[in-house]
Design a binder for this molecule. Structure first.
Ligand code: IVH
Length: 669
């Protein structure tokens, strides 16, 4: 485990757990699996017990905190607690033994066994039968008022209950169906945005949107009671029946059992069924059925003594780590991602897994080419657990994140005091403003309303420092700026999003490459067809493009060699900008009626003024094609001095022969 002094380790564990709590509850993300998190907590609880330092504020005694700025805070009538967890049958039985001692000896205890839903806890209040409020768990004592988002996001939640008590608080979990999760991620992928790691994180993020749930559909499952103004419920199973009668969305199945053996059987049965449920489950919850007995058992500061969660082990599989790549996040965060040989895991195919950060790769010594053990934490997020060292290739090299980034031209630096890396952007504000104004201008990406004044505001508020930052602006951020309302914020975000589809020349011009104006941008994109091809071009190839001279060619090469520019382009790609010649940019098909439409011309000999290239261009402009040899299909032979066998053949076949003057007369019409 650790050879630190217990006090130091306790301190370290408390800090680590608090950080993971914050990630999980407040940011709706996670860096470690539930299993790893539970193990940290277990270690801390043990050390605290041994050292006799079970401080009130320790994360072993509190429930985490999801409260976020911008939401009204509401106190819970009854605290919203957490559950004690276990992964083993023995501890489950010990739970039963502890409880059994509280009651008449020999009395069989009645339990309800339910799925443990891997969602986001919520407390929903109905007053006089009307849905009035939805509150998150918060810190257990008070939570955030998310009523509006719940009503908007969960259309299936009944707004009214028949025969309801004056006030009833029903608890449950908000979740997102796999289908909706996949729909949103597919949309994000198409837009070049980073995908969400799992439905739980997306659910947590969605209910905490300050501007509504932005078209995302959530679901809910209710299973618990927070408060009831009358005494109609004596048991958890009564509550379940009422929830059903009220037609509230609820769990598919619960088991009412007597004794721990029967509870264990129910857990095993649940494990077989749970993959069929619409929501993710990560365990079973065993609860004393009788509310009176629950009160007698009481609770700790954190969890009831009358219930326990038995967590299912995540399924694991071995697969090949084909390569390590990076993902660039909304704030320029550079996150390593494992590309895996596809493997079946807990019902889905897994081919990517997050590697979290540089330290995680080092700690686990993960290398491309390794066979790794992956699991879906809490059934959902694929994670690389460890390397199967026995299968490591002999020539394997440790993975060095810094070198990896450098080789790819990704200019990033490690955030001081953190394991995260972030792209570096250095321009001074004046330069940033100029660049952004140019980027959004009519001659470039033509982003409506991104004028100088708005650019000033964005840069001033440090929301944007380079063009890629535009693509991660949120409505909320814009609405925090002067003169921005909901509508204007929305319009600007739409205009920015539309620019992703702009023709390639616009983007090339917008990049602000020295010497490259609008026409040159058009010429070079026509020639190269894609930004990638342009980025790879050498000065000679560039100079071959009409209108590109030596100075411009060098400026283009220098621009794309610059690490900062490459980093910017990487992010623009990540955000889904069009990097290829759009249909509208491709050479226009020849208009019908063009003089040489459908005609084939063979060039031979030396023309008085036109070079071969120039002549070919003119032929193509007039809709014709050139060919190297004369046949019956040849329509014209354009002959100059010293025309040889081709001319003779043309004459023999009766093909019309033109000199330069006749050719010019023909195409000039
Ligand atoms: S009962 C007094 N039952 O898991 C606490 N909780 O890890 C009673 N959860 O805070 C909670 N499914 O948000 C209960 N069938 C279930 C549950 C469940 C999911 C959540 C709940 C709880 C957390 C603890």
């Amino acid at each position: 485990m650790s050879n630190l002094l217990p006090e130091t380790r306790i301190q370290e564990l408390r800090e680590t757990i608090r950080r993971h709590d914050e990630l999980y509850y407040r940011d709706g993300t996670q860096e470690i699996s539930d299993r790893e998190y539970d193990a940290l907590k277990e270690e801390l609880a043990k050390l605290e017990r041994e050292a006799g330092v079970e401080a009130e504020a320790s994360p072993t005694k509190t429930v985490g905190d999801d409260r976020t700025e911008g939401f009204r805070k509401v106190k819970h009538r009854q605290p919203m607690l957490s559950l004690d967890n276990t992964y083993n049958e023995e501890e489950l039985r010990a739970f039963h033994t502890r409880l059994a001692k509280l009651y008449d000896e020999g009395a069989e205890l009645e339990y309800v066994v339910e799925p443990k839903i891997d969602g986001v806890a919520v407390c929903v209040t109905y007053e006089k039968g009307k849905l009035t409020q939805a509150i998150t768990r918060g810190n257990g004592a008070e939570g955030d008022d998310i009523t509006r988002n719940l009503i908007e996001g969960v259309p299936d939640l009944p707004r009214e209950l028949a025969d309801a008590p004056d006030i009833v608080e029903i608890r449950g979990e908000i979740y997102m169906m796999a289908e909706e999760f996949l729909r949103i991620n597919a949309e994000r992928e198409a837009a070049g945005l980073p995908e969400f790691a799992n439905p739980r994180n997306l659910t947590a993020g969605t209910i905490k949107q300050l501007n509504g749930v932005v078209g995302r559909r959530l679901s809910i499952v209710l299973y618990g009671i927070g408060y009831c103004s009358d005494e109609r419920f004596a048991m958890q199973s009564d509550l379940h029946e009422a929830i059903r009668k009220w037609q509230l969305p609820t769990i598919e199945k619960y088991w009412k059992v007597t004794g721990i053996d029967a509870a264990w059987n129910a857990i095993e049965e649940l494990d077989q069924l749970r993959h069929e449920f619409a929501y993710a489950t990560d365990g079973a919850v065993v609860k004393l059925n009788s509310f009176a007995m629950q009160s007698e058992a009481g609770m700790t500061s954190k969890a009831p003594r009358w219930a326990i969660a038995y967590k299912f082990e995540a399924e694991q599989a071995e697969t090949l780590l084909e390569k390590i790549d990076v993902q660039i996040g909304r704030t320029g965060a550079v996150t390593p991602v494992a590309h895996l040989a596809p493997v079946q895991l807990a019902g889905t195919t897994v081919s990517r897994a997050t590697l979290h950060n540089e330290d995680e790769i080092k700690r686990k010594d993960i290398r491309p080419g390794d066979t790794v053990l992956v699991q879906k934490a809490g059934e959902i997020i694929p994670q690389v657990l460890s390397v199967v060292l026995a299968k490591r290739p002999a020539d394997s090299q440790p993975f060095d994140f810094a070198t990896f980034l450098q080789e790819r031209g990704i200019v990033a630096e490690r955030v001081p005091g953190q394991a995260a890396w972030r792209l570096t952007g250095q321009d001074d504000p004046i330069q940033q403003r100029r660049r952004l104004t140019h980027y959004g201008s009519k001659q470039c990406l033509d982003i409506e309303n991104l004028g100088e004044a708005v650019v000033d505001q964005l840069v001033g508020a440090e929301l944007v420092s380079d063009p890629a930052d535009l693509y991660v602006l949120t409505q909320e951020q814009l609405m925090g700026l002067e003169r921005f309302g909901e509508k204007s914020a929305d319009n600007l975000i739409k205009a920015i999003a539309d620019s992703k589809q702009a023709e390639l020349w616009r983007l090339v011009h917008a990049l602000g490459i020295p010497h490259v104006g609008k026409q040159s941008a058009k010429d070079i994109t026509q020639h190269f067809g894609s930004l990638d091809a342009l980025m790879e071009a050498d000065p000679e190839t560039l100079e071959a493009v009409d209108g590109v001279g030596g100075i411009m060619a060098q400026a283009i090469v220098d621009f794309f060699a610059d690490e900062n520019n490459r980093a910017l382009i990487l992010r623009l790609r990540e955000y889904g900008l069009n990097f290829a010649l759009a249909e509208s940019e491709k050479p226009t098909p020849v208009a019908e009626g063009a003089v040489l439409a459908g005609k084939t011309v063979v060039l031979t000999g030396t023309l008085p003024t036109l070079t071969r290239n120039e002549a070919t261009e003119l032929i193509e402009k007039a809709g014709g094609k050139t060919s190297g040899s004369v046949s019956k299909k040849t329509d014209y032979v354009l002959a100059g001095e010293a025309a040889g066998s081709k001319l003779a053949k043309a004459e023999k076949l009766g093909v019309t022969v033109l000199d330069e003057a006749a050719f010019r007369a023909l195409i000039d019409g």
